[in-house]
Design a protein around this ligand. Sequence first.
Ligand SMILES: *Cc1c(COP(=O)(O)O)cnc(C)c1O
Length: 478
Amino acid sequence: MTLFEKSQPGCGNQLLASLDVPTVELESAFVRQSEWTLPAMAEADLSRHYTELAEKTHGVNNGFYPLGSCTMKYNPKINEALAALPGFTEIHPLQPLESVQGCLEVLYKAEQALCEITGMDAMSFQPAAGAHGEFTGLLLIKAYHQSRQDHKRTKILVPDSAHGTNPASASMAGFTIVNIPSNDEGCVDLEALRAAADEETAGLMLTNPNTVGLFDRNILEITKIVHEAGGLNYYDGANLNAIMGIVRPGEMGFDVIHLNLHKTFSTPHGGGGPGSGPVGCKDFLIPFLPNPHAVVLEEEYSWEESLHSIGRVRAFYGNFLVVVKALAYILTLGKEGIPEAAANAVLNANYMLTKLKDLYPPAYDGLCMHEFVLSLEKLKKEKGVSAMDIAKSLLDYGIHPPTMYFPLIVPEALMVEPTETESKQTLDEAVEAFRTIYATAISEPEQLHAAPQSTVIGRPDEVQAARSPIVRWRPEHQ
Ligand SMILES: *Cc1c(COP(=O)(O)O)cnc(C)c1O
């Protein structure tokens, strides 16, 4: 029920003071044509309404959330507290530089720390999310080839396991996409890559570990093939949680990267933001980074503009408070804590995989990195129970479903990413839930088609929900 439906005429307070300034007549185009409708209710009821709504939402604060490829880790609240300091929130982007030196210092230090972690030479915080970072990074690649008058490089190589945003961003940046198949181990097929890389190749987009949770051991060979063909290598940093502080994309042969601060570096996400998708690059690409860029000039922080920049990709300086949280997180964990977080993410994923794989066959053999992909193809054939049925059943155990039907190359895929912040006890409970659901799938498969039983809504029409969501209540007469 919405506030409007709960409204009781006569309830609530009239807090607005009566008008004590002259009335101004507005043009009719700017004047409301019908009565306005505001809900009337007591303050306590209003507060309860929002608490009820919050309880209906599943978040990492009330349950396990192993949504693969998304890194839904628990984010320490201290970072929120720091980002809420008035010195960070009560500022204006057009304020004189000497009054916001601390904020520029945050951007500068975060850039230094993230460059150290990734092996890049500079970074821009303008992009607001990962996909936006991809688009920005591809514009850097484009600007680079154009600066060399190398106009025939119009193709971006993308492995078939890639996240959907990769080909979408490449297409938005004006490139054509060449699909590179994966081999039986779930990694890049080197022969196919060699055959595809040529003088029309602008670059390759890759995430490592990849979207099936495997570290591509041929990474040096892969980036070399692309470099030798004259292309650049783009690293999709969404999976950095598995390797941060352990191995650097810069040393794997990548020239441009994006990070998802809202996945790896402690900003809650889901529900639409705000996020941050900084783009990092090697020094030969720095002139093309978005303007402006925070630098230290004569012991003062300042903005630098490059003549060859691709320009701005967003107003002002990006989602600054997300950068504050990322820096707080990095400084809290430090040089020891960052690789430890990555190692625990990998350990937790392998622990769950080992405890599940006798019932739920992994799509690929061997150890995984921070996430793993199961294929329910056999269960679907034999019992008619799909990945969707299992995912929906998990909701009845208070667990957010893993990512489903992705990557596209795995039939009936369930992609599980426990993250480093979960305890062994939580992982054991989740394993127990998966195993109980499996037993039900064998004994009473029909029961799973009816799941979930305990949620407010069960199986919405997903296409309708995605294409025409109703996110606003409207009074009947509108
Ligand atoms: C999440 C993700 C993206 C896109 O990032 P957004 O911040 O959601 O735009 C790209 N690639 C991979 C592998 C991802 O997991």
